[in-house]
Every structure is written in C-alpha cells, then in structure tokens.
Design a protein around this ligand. Structure first.
Ligand code: R5P
Length: 297
C-alpha cells in the first residue's frame, strides 16, 4: 500500500505515520499557476492500492480541490485509491438544509468522490457520519477523546457534552474512565450564529469536569459550557476536543472562559506558539492501529 500525503496533512501527523506506523510516503509535487489554480503531479510510478491522506483545514476549499486532483492523478497512473484518510472532514456540519434555500454542503462536497469509485473514508470524529454513509461511503470513524484525556493525565469526576449531538462522544469517554456523564442543551441562532444554553440544574459542585466535543471554531460552545459549569460550582473544567480550528479570537474566547486546559488532536495544522494550556496530542498511532484492523499494508 502506498500512502500519498497531500498538503493538508499536519507535519506532526505525517511524522507519526512515518515513524510510528512505518508507512511508505509519497508526496506529490505541488505548485500554483499564476492565475491561482492548483497543480499537482505524482512524480513516481505507482501501482496497486493507494491511500490518500488529506486534512481539510485550513483553506478547506483549496484542500478539497487538491484532494480531487490527487484522486484523478492516481487513477491516471493506473493505480486505485483504495480509501481516503481524512483526519478532518470539512463541510460536514451543514449536513441538512437548516434554512430554506441552503445547500446540503456535505453532499455538494463529497458526492462526486463516488465517481472515482472511492468507497471508504477513514476519518477522525466526523461531525455527521450519516451525512457520508448516506452518499454510499463506508466510514471508519475514529473517536480520539479517551486517547486525548489519557494523554492529558487529568483525573475527572464527570464528562459533559455541550449539546445533545456530542452525547455519544461524551458517553464513550465516561464509559472508558468509569465516571458519570451529563449534557446541556445548546441552541444556535441559525442566522446570527449566536449560542444560547438552556438553564439546567448541573450537579457538579466541587467536581473536575471534562467537556467533550468534536470541533472548536469560535470557541463559543466550550466557553458557554464552561461558564455554566463554573456557575454551578465546578472546581475545574477542561476541554477535550478532536479538531481545534484555532484563531486568535477563539484562543481569546477560550482563555477568558477559564478552562484550565484544552487537550486536542493533531488532525489539523495549528498556529505556532500556542499558549501552554493547549496540549496537542499525536493521533497517528490511533489512526494506523484502526486501519490495521481491516487492511494489510
Ligand atoms: C456543533 O454542533 C459542533 O459539534 C461544535 O459544537 C461547534 O462546531 C463548535 O463551534 P464553536 O466553537 O463556534 O462554538
């Protein structure tokens, strides 16, 4: 099996795949035409089964086009893309028409990959698995939260999902660490993006709580949940999140929420010089051990 690394693959993850998993690596030549269009070329002859790795953040749209170019280039070389490894799958949050006139973005972005006979996607914590399986993909979805919490070495008394959607993730962590699990109700205004958390009695007095979620974008969800927990008497709050799409603004929002730590996976490239309370954990071995369960390479 040949693994093709596209430009979205974070360096630390690629290093992990090479050093911990022993994957044979091929990196295409990339360039940008003067008009802004992307070009890639697979410099070596390849044969047989190929897996393409691409994380779709930052610059999601460019990373998606690069992925399409690579899939076509592989088929032009006479090889076959057996599966895609997408550590971060962009555009899966808009998995339905929330408002009249909106697109189903997941369908718009991923459906055409089926034309290249790609049938399997290996992903880390897809926001909506169903949005991909409904297009005919088989999805191996890897939940990293227990691995992250373990790496953080933090003892927690309770795991909290910041909305109902995150509950299966939180329950998996609660089961692994044998602690209780709870959730709060979050509502997002679909026009303004503003988040509201429903008042709910939280029995967290004196507890150390881990908030478990899939994505940080503005940081608003984690900040509001942390606020509710501290108001209810929590002793400390950490956030355990698969994909941190960090910006200066979201780092500020998280910092003012007083969480003591954010532990997150290296599924996307991060800004340099992160504050000390953000811990980035390598999940390469988690991904390759999952893949080795069903494919030999
Ligand atoms: C939404 O349903 C997701 O699971 C995340 O909770 C959300 O994307 C986080 O976004 P933000 O950081 O902007 O609140």
């Amino acid at each position: 099996m040949i693994f093709i690394y596209l430009s979205g693959t974070p360096n630390s993850l690629a290093k992990g795949f090479e050093e911990k998993c022993g994957w044979k690596v091929l990196r295409p030549i990339n360039k940008v035409f003067p008009d802004g269009e992307q070009y890639i070329r697979l410099p070596e002859a390849i044969a047989g089964n190929v897996a393409i790795i691409q994380s779709l953040y930052p610059e999601q749209d460019r990373k998606i086009v690069e992925l399409y170019l690579a899939v076509e280039a592989v088929s032009g070389r006479g090889a076959r893309t057996k599966f895609l490894i997408l550590p971060y799958t962009a555009y899966t949050r808009q998995d339905k028409r929330f408002l009249e006139g909106e697109p189903v973005s997941t369908k718009a972005v991923y459906q055409n990959l089926r034309l290249f006979e790609i049938d399997t996607i290996v992903a880390v914590d897809v926001h909506s698995i169903q949005s991909l399986t409904s297009l005919g993909f088989k999805v191996h979805n890897i939940l990293p939260h227990s691995h992250l919490l373990n790496a953080a070495g933090e003892k927690v008394d309770l795991v909290l999902a910041p909305d109902r959607g995150a509950l299966p993730r939180a329950m998996e962590v609660a089961k692994t660490f044998n602690v209780p699990c709870d959730y709060i109700e979050k509502f997002r205004d679909r026009v303004t993006g503003e988040i509201r958390i429903d008042r709910k009695e939280l029995n967290v007095s004196g507890m150390s709580v881990a908030i478990v979620d899939d994505i940080i974008s503005t940081g608003g969800t984690i900040a509001k949940a942390a606020h509710a927990l501290y108001n209810a008497g929590a002793k400390s709050v950490i956030a355990v999140v698969s994909h941190s799409l960090l910006s200066l603004e979201s780092i500020d929002a998280l910092s003012s929420s007083n969480i003591s730590k954010l532990v997150t996976a290296n599924t996307v490239s991060m800004p340099n010089n992160l504050p000390k309370w953000i811990q980035v954990v390598d999940v390469s071995s988690l991904i390759c051990s999952e893949i080795s369960k069903w494919v030999s390479y």
